[in-house]
Design a protein around this ligand. Structure first.
Ligand code: PMP
Ligand code: GLN
Length: 388
């Protein structure tokens, strides 16, 4: 393994999903819904396949129908003006958009400022680009942005800020005030921002505000999203990035030689979904809010201390009240203890030892059917010390 990937093992999501498959445990680890997205959108994909749309290499930037639908979506939901021909690039999921952007924009030794805990592909993407990660902690119990820490993290070698809101794994949704501070810092220091907004539609009672809508930001922001989370098709791996034409062209330069293109027929289906499924998407968010509450309640009854998220698929729980200090160890044993799989939050942190501050924290996914969540909650109740 090349030095720049030293320390990059198997992604925790693969490891934990494999553990769930092997043990037959309920998988609240890797974040994927157990119910597929709209049937009409699947039909649209089948139609595209049958009609021979996208069965051969689609255009490098993505099919025009999807780029236009992304532009319409950004206008309709956020009032953003996006040129579908020059300012949108379709990618193999958000993951490729992020990796290609980092490879295209970061010189070896450049610093990338990112919110800690970090979604795991950021760490690997920055490493592949030869960049240096500089963390800005979102600290328990409320996981808010520490604006002073952000300001202090930015220095002469900072190339870009990598933002993520709604944030995986904490579920934090940055507020208007927090985003305005990020924007102010980016403008003052003349920085680019890569913002991962894959959970843009999955917020519970708080608004998602795209960073690109803040003053001075449209010209320095690359915004990433994906059909995986918005339409519950995580296996399709259709994502996109939009931003200023010259930045998108740079990302495209890298993307050409990662995958060139992908998902031809699915791109047509996602275009239809973006245009026609706003009500379904609102319904999904309402549904997920109820599922969040169900799992939060179950985890509390099982004895965890729970941090209630405003967005995403994920809830963070502290296992210390149950007598567990090491979440990594607990997650390994969870299938045998109670038949559930979850993700130790410590893997998303700089410090990963058993005495790291995040060691007792565990991330549970609630993008599952209510009966699964109820079953998981009653299994987790077995962790409670007997008699309590
Ligand atoms: N960013 C975040 C914050 C995520 O949680 C995920 C997981 N789906 C991704 C990016 C990757 O998205 P995709 O599957 O579209 O590559
Ligand atoms: N984003 C999903 C999660 O955080 C996992 C995606 C993946 O496995 N790469 O659980």
């Amino acid at each position: 393994l090349a030095g720049r990937l030293a320390g990059t093992g198997t992604t925790i999501f693969a490891e934990m999903s494999e553990l769930a498959t092997r043990t037959g445990a309920i998988n609240l680890g890797q974040g994927f819904p157990d119910t597929d997205g709209p049937a009409e959108v699947m039909e649209a994909a089948v139609r595209a396949l049958r009609e021979g749309r996208g069965n051969q290499y689609p255009p490098g930037a993505g099919v025009p129908e999807l780029r236009q639908a992304v532009a319409r979506h950004q206008r309709r939901w956020y009032g953003l003006d996006v040129d579908p021909d020059r300012e949108v690039l379709v990618t193999a999921g958000a993951t490729e958009a992020i990796a290609a952007a980092l490879l295209a924009l970061v010189e070896p030794g450049d610093e990338v400022v990112a919110l800690e805990p970090y979604y795991d592909s950021y760490t690997a993407g920055i490493a592949m680009a030869g960049g240096v990660r500089v963390g800005v902690p979102l600290r328990a119990p409320d996981f808010r942005l520490d604006v002073a820490a952000l300001r202090a993290a930015v220095g002469p070698r900072t190339r870009l800020i990598l933002l993520n809101s709604p944030h995986n794994p904490t579920g934090t949704v940055l507020t208007r005030e927090e985003l305005a501070e990020v924007a102010r810092i980016a403008v003052e220091r003349d920085l680019l921002v890569l913002t991962d907004e894959v959970y843009e539609h999955l917020t519970y009672g708080v608004p998602h505000l795209p960073l690109a809508t803040f003053p001075g930001m449209a010209e320095r922001t690359l915004t990433v999203s994906s059909a995986g989370k918005t339409f519950s098709f995580t296996g399709w791996k259709v994502g996109w990035v939009h931003g200023p034409a010259e930045l998108v062209a740079a990302v495209r330069t890298a993307k050409q030689f990662l995958t060139y293109v992908s998902g031809g027929p699915l791109q047509y289906a996602v275009a239809e979904a973006l245009d026609g499924q706003d009500d379904w998407v609102r319904g999904l968010a309402a549904e997920l809010r109820g599922r969040r509450d169900l799992l939060v309640d179950g985890l509390r009854r099982a004895g965890f201390e729970v941090y209630v998220p405003d967005g995403t698929y994920f809830v963070t729980a502290d296992a210390s009240p149950l007598g567990f200090r090491d979440g990594r160890e607990l997650c390994r044993r969870l299938p045998e203890l109670c038949g559930v799989v979850a993700i130790p939050s410590v893997v998303f942190h700089e410090r990963q030892g058993p005495d790291a501050p995040s060691a007792p924290l565990i991330r549970f996914a609630f993008c599952k059917r209510p009966e699964e969540l109820r079953a998981a909650a009653s299994r987790l109740a077995r962790l409670a010390p007997s008699g309590s």
